[in-house]
Design a protein. Structure first.
Length: 254
């Protein structure tokens, strides 16, 4: 089977400090791949390298057989790659629906974002607007679609950001600590939502997460980093049983 994402020997240096050292792994189509490791392990650097926020000093990244190692970040979304942020990046003074519509900017005519920010939306983006409403309904957010994003519960904001990523029609969804700041009940709900959207929208998912119980529950495959090195790569049960992982991460988090 050809991997949807293939990372090969990726290295990133920051001022003489090597943040990533020869990282290689694959993410197969349709799977959820969890990326874990202690603080400073290199998870964020790798995540940003894949989404083209950080340049790669050595190695390569291929998506669906295409070398994207040097591709500008603003061209990633058109390939079917979308990501959420660790800290929610929504506009508090826009409605929930308009925040979601911003995720469709690459699929509509020029001036779309200006129309939303200027509150001149009527009659300009009928199809994406209907799609945004449908996504919000699917994620249990239909009742708040016309509310301003500011002041809504944090768990709700996380779902709104997920809807904004989904409206871009991704094939590969990157989730950066989606459970950060959520209550235990919200974490369980989020896990169910991720599994549902993976199936419903035929997604492949890469997720960075510190909430180990959730990540191990939903992941098909787990990659573990420590000090910029990959120390484990396999099924959740295999990773849990790995002594290096227990010493570096799982044991200290138990």
């Amino acid at each position: 089977m050809t991997a949807l994402l293939s990372v090969r020997d990726v290295e990133i240096d920051f001022g003489g400090i090597r943040a990533l050292q020869g990282i290689s792994f694959d993410v197969q189509r349709g799977e959820i791949c969890g990326l874990i490791g202690p603080n400073g392990a290199g998870k964020t650097s790798l995540f940003n390298a894949i989404s083209r926020v950080y340049p790669v000093d050595r190695g390569s990244i291929h998506f669906d057989g295409r070398d994207i190692t040097a591709l500008p970040a603003n061209r990633i979304i058109a390939l079917g790659i979308a990501r959420t942020l660790q800290n929610v990046g929504l506009f508090s003074t826009l409605s929930v629906k308009d925040n979601v519509l911003l995720g469709a900017h690459h699929r509509v005519r020029p001036g779309f974002i200006k129309a939303i920010l200027g509150r001149g939306l009527a009659g300009t983006v009928a199809d994406p607007e209907a799609e945004a409403c449908a996504l919000l309904h699917d994620l249990g957010l239909g009742e708040v679609r016309d509310h301003l994003a500011g002041g809504l519960p944090f768990g709700t904001l996380k779902r709104i950001e997920l809807a904004r990523a989904l409206i871009s029609h991704p094939r590969f969804l990157m989730l950066d600590e989606p459970a950060n700041g959520l209550s235990h009940g919200e974490v369980d709900e989020l896990a169910d939502v991720i599994l549902q959207v993976r199936k419903r929208y035929d997604l492949t998912v890469l997720i960075v997460e510190h909430h180990m119980r959730m990540l191990m529950r939903i992941s098909d495959h787990v990659v573990v980093l420590e000090n910029g090195l990959k120390i484990a790569d396999g099924a959740p049960a295999e990773v849990k049983a790995d002594a290096k992982v227990a010493a570096a991460y799982l044991g200290s988090a138990a």
